[in-house]
Design a protein around this ligand. Structure first.
Ligand SMILES: [Fe+2]
Length: 195
């Protein structure tokens, strides 16, 4: 059986993602991911903990930040599981990152390797950037869809930055180089990946 708080978060994420995805590739990815997640995998008992950048979660947790019901439900259920997450810094290449990146970002896996529900093939996690932080260019074999909980800029390859508003999604095909950056506010973004 899956932990109830985790199930409620996944239900909320499914509703918000499904309602908001526009790219047909995103729609297909999300259908496959959430269909897979209908079958729980064993939960992990691993330790939890925040990093200093997580101080920004206090602002993000303000209900006024999420004035749309589906987003508010994502945030409410996220903050129920957040104390059980292990926030980590990115491992590996950080080329293209802004100065101070290491201290001003954190990632947490919710479902996937090292997450609350460790499993292969399907990942769902979250990234937090402090204000005016650029996440490094990176790429990975799985395709990915972000759900942006406030606003940020996203880029693929050498393309122009794309401004993505709160509640919008952004799709990255398999292996495409991509980056993101926050503006004057912290950025919280969920990501779903599938190989
Ligand atoms: Fe990515």
């Amino acid at each position: 059986m899956r932990n109830r708080a985790l199930q409620e978060f996944l239900d909320a994420a499914r509703i918000a993602y499904s309602a908001r995805a526009r790219d047909p590739n995103s729609v297909s990815l999300l259908e496959q991911v959430f269909a897979t997640l209908e079958s729980p995998a064993p939960q992990s008992q691993s330790d939890s903990g925040r990093l200093p950048v997580c101080k920004y979660l206090t602002d993000i947790a303000n209900p006024s930040v999420s004035d749309e019901p589906d987003l508010r439900q994502v945030m409410t259920t996220f903050f129920s599981i957040e104390p059980t997450l292990r926030w980590r810094r990115r491992q590996g290449d950080c080329s293209g990152a802004s100065e101070g990146f290491a201290e001003n970002h954190a990632n947490a896996m919710i479902v996937g390797p090292g997450g609350l529900e460790p499993r292969e093939g399907v990942w769902l996690g979250v990234s937090l950037l402090g204000p005016n932080v650029q996440y490094p260019n990176h790429r990975h074999p799985p395709q990915e869809t972000y759900l942006v909980m406030n606003t940020g800029d996203f880029r693929q390859g050498r393309n122009e930055w794309v401004h993505v508003a709160k509640g919008e999604t952004f799709y990255n095909p398999h292996n495409i180089p991509h980056a993101m950056r926050s503006n004057d506010l912290p950025l919280l973004v969920f990501w779903v990946l599938k190989e």
